[in-house]
Design a protein around this ligand. Structure first.
Ligand SMILES: *Cc1c(COP(=O)(O)O)cnc(C)c1O
Length: 423
């Protein structure tokens, strides 16, 4: 890697050259001096979202009351799903917003396993998000049909075991399910290659796009992907606990049933018939009444991403992560900080994890004494999320300089390594 000037002026110069820099002003910066490196966990609040929240409460709910269902509310899961589809290389009728990521995984896993009758193997890796593994275990227990979950280990805790997974897929494999971008190291799977390997053996693939959507141009159609799920509160900036999305390729939609068959997925919900009859297309993957406030607030963040363009955002995210890695190499590597993310650009998402034996205490010092907010992922990952809509090069520079100071002056020693309840 070529050496770069390690100065605040150089960081500011990079910000001046950044054609997306103006998008930062579209977000609320309540504490201007705060450096936020956790947009991959909870995205910032867009100003338009704050305005919409007011309107939702005082007008749509406060004034219009139940009339709002016919004034746009009822179609919101499909409308916002259709916009998210544009970030994923999918058709508008292949993505819908509902429930949480964990629940959508449960619905699609049960549907997929039922379609794949007779096949008993489910493949994943040990870098997958733990909730995904818990959901798979719960689904297997519920079905009680002898399915086996095989968790393939990463060779180094950073790269996904892509070759081993591909070699392991066979005619007994029902489903391969992986995080497209893994939450600790940021490793990014080659979606077309893994999907093709699965299809060769007749297996389905379900991608968790939580750490990809909104930061990486995903092309589900080009990859011939079957199923996907993902969060809206990370790079989509939908707000804490905002509902998730699910994708089902069109030709699979009528073949898959929703195991939580509720009235919102019923063909004619307001006929109040007593027998379930699934609505066509993706609509039968809805279950109950959508949480209109948090659902509606997803839309402005998605609009911002569409306006900025995902190719532009990815290009900036790459420039910023390369900048961060260059600073790490010059300043932090000599202080025993490891790079816990892939060095290879095309195999890396939009966050960079740095490792240090005192990671937890360093993290606490960053938060409490430096006004820098990263997050921490056990055992030693200081995870730095780059949200290219609003992260600046100067934010990255300040983060690295703070880390250098904390480690070289051992400022972390005043903290114990007792983790707070949310890290
Ligand atoms: C954040 C995240 C989730 C979260 O799921 P919830 O149901 O919203 O709690 C799931 N999977 C992955 C890969 C994630 O990164």
């Amino acid at each position: 890697m070529t050496s770069i000037p390690i100065t605040a002026d150089y960081a500011k110069e990079l910000d001046t050259q950044d054609s997306l820099a103006a998008f930062r002003e579209r977000f609320v910066f309540a504490e201007p001096e705060l450096i936020y490196m956790d947009g991959n966990s909870l995205g910032r609040l867009p100003k338009d979202t704050a305005t919409l929240a007011n309107n939702l409460i005082s007008h749509q709910w406060g004034t219009r009351l139940i009339r709002s269902w016919n004034e746009g509310w009822i179609n919101t899961p499909e409308r916002i799903g259709g916009k998210i589809a544009r970030l994923l290389g999918a058709e508008p009728d292949e993505v819908i917003v509902a429930d949480s990521t964990s629940i959508n995984l449960f619905k699609l896993v049960l549907a997929a396993l039922r379609l794949q009758q007779g096949r008993k193997r489910i493949l994943t890796d040990n870098l997958n998000f733990p909730s995904d593994l818990y959901i798979l275990q719960g689904a297997i227990n519920l079905l009680d049909k002898g399915h086996q979950l095989e968790i393939i280990d990463s060779p180094d805790g950073i790269y996904g075991p892509a070759d081993e997974l591909q070699a392991s897929i066979d005619e007994q494999t029902a489903l391969v399910t992986l995080s497209h971008t893994v939450f600790k190291s940021g490793y990014l799977y080659d979606m077309p290659a893994m999907t093709a390997a699965a299809h060769n053996a007749g297996a389905l693939v379900l991608w968790d796009l939580s750490h990809s959507v909104g930061s990486i141009p995903v092309d589900l159609h080009a990859a011939q992907a079957d199923l996907a799920i993902g969060c809206t509160y990370k790079y989509l900036n939908g707000g804490p606990g905002s509902p998730a999305f699910l994708y089902v390729r069109r030709d699979l939609q009528e073949k898959l049933f929703n195991p939580i068959s509720g009235w919102m997925g019923q063909k004619d919900a307001f006929a109040f018939g007593l027998t379930y009859s699934p609505a066509p297309g993706l609509l039968h993957f809805l279950t109950g009444t959508p949480p209109m406030i948090s659902l509606s607030l997803i839309e402005p963040g998605v609009e911002l991403l569409l306006e900025a363009g995902l190719d532009n955002l990815r290009a900036k995210s790459i420039r910023q992560s390369e900048y961060l890695i260059a600073l790490w190499e010059a300043v932090l590597q000599p202080l025993d900080v490891s790079l816990n993310s892939p060095r290879q650009t095309e195999r890396r998402g939009s966050h960079v994890s740095l490792g240090h034996a005192e990671g937890m205490r360093i993290d606490l010092t960053l938060i409490n004494d430096m006004k820098v907010l990263p997050d921490f992922r056990a055992p030693d990952n200081i995870r730095l999320g780059i949200a290219p809509l609003y992260t600046s090069f100067h934010d990255i520079y300040e983060t690295v300089m703070s880390l250098q100071k904390i480690i070289s002056e051992r400022l972390y020693e005043k903290y114990t390594d007792e983790a707070p309840s949310v890290t």
